[in-house]
Design a binder for this molecule. Structure first.
Ligand code: SME
Length: 157
């Protein structure tokens, strides 16, 4: 547990330093995806789905081919978007309506991302090939990271 916290602290520091003077949404999302994936060996599919025209569309990510469109309310990502609440799924096979883009995904966390007006702009999805990978520590640090990077000031898109 301490190890995980330390890794998040280090990764968030790197992200803060690299993105200090940056305000472009996609630039930030691509960089965050890369730094987190590099720091966490258990991150498998890692990336953002963007809110677009009333649905989610795939955004910057690292991993195997992701679904291109996800409806609000569908799967873990769509549920996080609809409820505007982080979803921690210990076993994806037990989540009703889980969308299996890659059958190697065993557990996942999906965190909603809000802009400075508190509007939902995206969700961040991390899958792991192991069951029960994500917990309150991942939730706490990821929510803090997205609030700092996307929720504090106006972004360029
Ligand atoms: N895990 C997601 C689908 C997207 S991918 O895994 C890339 C879900 O059920 O929402």
């Amino acid at each position: 547990m301490q190890e995980k916290k330390k890794t998040y602290q280090l990764a968030l520091k790197q992200i803060d330093a690299i993105l200090e003077d940056e305000s472009h949404l996609i630039l930030k999302m691509a960089t965050i995806t890369c730094i987190l994936k590099e720091n966490f060996p258990y991150y498998f599919w890692t990336g953002f789905y963007l809110v677009n025209d009333g649905e989610l569309i795939v955004g910057p990510y690292q991993g195997t081919l992701g679904c291109l469109h996800i409806a609000f309310g569908k799967g873990v990502c769509g549920t996080a978007a609809k409820e505007q609440k982080t979803q921690i799924v210990k076993d994806v096979n037990k989540f009703p309506g889980h969308i299996a883009c890659d059958s190697r995904s065993a557990s996942e966390i999906v965190v909603p991302v809000f802009n400075h007006k508190k509007e939902l702009i995206a969700v961040f999805d991390v899958d792991s090939t192991e069951k029960a990978t994500f917990d309150e520590i991942d939730k706490e640090y990821l929510e803090k990271l997205f609030d700092k990077q996307f929720g504090k000031s106006k972004l360029n898109v």
